[in-house]
Design a protein around this ligand. Structure first.
Ligand code: IMP
Length: 428
């Protein structure tokens, strides 16, 4: 099964990092196809926590890891991440696309200024410069990794870009910030030199790996509801988070994808603004947030949490062509009884079971819940993970079964804790 996409089916933070790490042991390489340092992939191995923002999660298995052209690369984050991994004894076998775009500090500044201007329409971004970098890419002002390796090209491109940004900062936003062109150029060249050995044509390498019959994991960042085209516009991110993004963000044809694995949390979480129909603003929500440690990996912001909503997941199944589902953080729901699952919405007398394009309609959607029996608080998840699916509490099995019945897609893996070993593979 050579080309496997791992995609988030909700609002991101579905624990894709843990699942990518888990599946990476049987893969040859892992490639990131979208987003940038807005992502925060947490992997816990033998009690030690690793937080990755740019480098694909397969790095902890010593696999070849790739940053595709669809990713926007923050030099400082990448250098820090490499150094931390080396400090922990890893020797990342990293490959960076020459076509990936570079995030500069002025992009981060612009990110914050744009959010201020947008008021209620702000997405609550991570302020990592993601939107402005993708905007520059689309407007063809952007700087690519390949440009960092050619001083003359970089100088002329940066000159235009910095002049433009200076005007935007000073004349549009009235900010008293002076961009230092020489300093920005110097740092960019330094970064280019530091990463030059890793730079390559990732599309060519991944296609060759697939030709050799290797297993390649395409690791998605963020979730389907944050996708620039199909997410809750304008409350999402600026890249294609969906499985199709793996083709454009790496440079492989659609026929090279053999399997799409959708990752969903056993409840929902959302960091940022915009409507969330099943949000819980009560003690159950607080409990889920605390037990599930629902605080942003990148920003530390408390995440909004709520009952599992199957409408976004159904929507994701359609958009991504999901073959199998992975449910994460099932353990977090222990001791909550009853459990509620949203199966559709009611909106002004109508039934809706998809995500509308119009945010005002989505804001008016009221969840229609199915109630299920919860399970006890004190469950020995490590023992269950060792023994397998049959050892799960009966009510937890019923919870999973109802999800499968509604979604009509098999659940192949259940995660019951943050550690690699707290993972159950279902062989029905
Ligand atoms: P940006 O990607 O930083 O521009 O943020 C746009 C929106 O996507 C905001 O609502 C963020 O909170 C959200 N977002 C971006 N990256 C992630 C992520 O990795 N997990 C969850 N939400 C994210």
């Amino acid at each position: 099964m050579p080309g496997i996409v791992i995609v988030g089916t909700q609002w991101g933070d579905e624990a894709k990092g843990k699942i990518t790490d888990f599946l990476a042991k049987d893969a040859d390489c892992v490639v990131r196809y979208n987003g940038g340092a807005n992502a925060g992939h947490t992997v816990i191995v033998d009690g030690k926590t690793y937080k990755l923002h740019l480098i694909p999660s397969g790095v902890l298995h010593g696999k070849r890891v790739y940053i595709g052209n669809g990713v926007v690369v923050d030099p400082q984050v990448l250098m820090d991440e490499l150094e931390n991994l080396r400090h922990e004894g890893f020797q990342p076998d990293l490959h960076i696309s020459d076509r990936a775009h570079v995030v500069f500090d002025f992009h981060k500044l612009e990110d914050g200024l744009q959010e201020r201007l947008k008021g209620n329409l702000r997405a609550g971004t991570t302020k990592r410069g993601i939107g402005p970098t993708y905007s520059d890419k689309t407007a063809r002002f952007g700087i690519r990794i390949a440009d960092l390796l050619d001083e003359e090209v970089l100088k002329s491109k940066l000159n235009i870009l910095i002049n433009l940004k200076q005007k935007i900062i000073s004349q549009v936003y009235n900010e008293n910030v002076k961009l230092d062109e020489q300093e920005i150029l110097k740092e960019a060249l330094q970064f280019g030199r530091a990463i030059s050995d890793y730079v390559c044509d990732v599309s060519a390498e991944i296609n060759e790996a697939l030709d050799r019959g290797e297993t390649v994991i395409f690791e998605g960042a963020q979730g389907t509801l944050l996708d620039i085209d199909h997410g809750l516009y304008p409350y999402g991110t600026s890249s294609n988070t969906i499985a199709g993004g793996a083709c454009t963000g790496v440079g492989v044809g659609p026929k090279r994808i053999d399997k799409v694995i959708g990752v969903m949390k056993a409840y929902i979480s959302r960091v940022g603004t915009g409507p969330v129909p099943t949000e819980l603003k009560n003690s159950i929500g607080e409990k889920i947030r605390e037990v599930g440690k629902e605080y942003g990996t990148t920003t530390g912001r408390p995440r909004r949490v709520g009952w599992l909503d199957l409408v976004p997941v159904k929507y994701s199944i359609r958009l991504n062509g999901i073959d199998e589902l992975v449910i994460t953080k099932l353990d977090v729901l222990s001791g909550i009884d009853p459990l509620k699952v949203c199966v559709k919405y009611k909106c002004e007398g109508r039934t809706i079971d998809t995500i509308p394009a119009d945010i005002r309609t989505f804001e008016r959607c009221e969840p229609v819940y199915e109630e299920l029996e919860g399970w006890q608080a004190d469950v020995d998840w490590r023992r269950i993970a060792k023994e397998g699916y049959e050892a799960l509490p009966e009510q937890a099995k019923e919870y999973l079964q109802r999800i499968e019945e509604h979604l009509k897609v098999p659940i192949s893996i259940v995660s019951v804790g943050p550690e690699r070993r707290e993972t159950i593979v279902i062989n029905k």
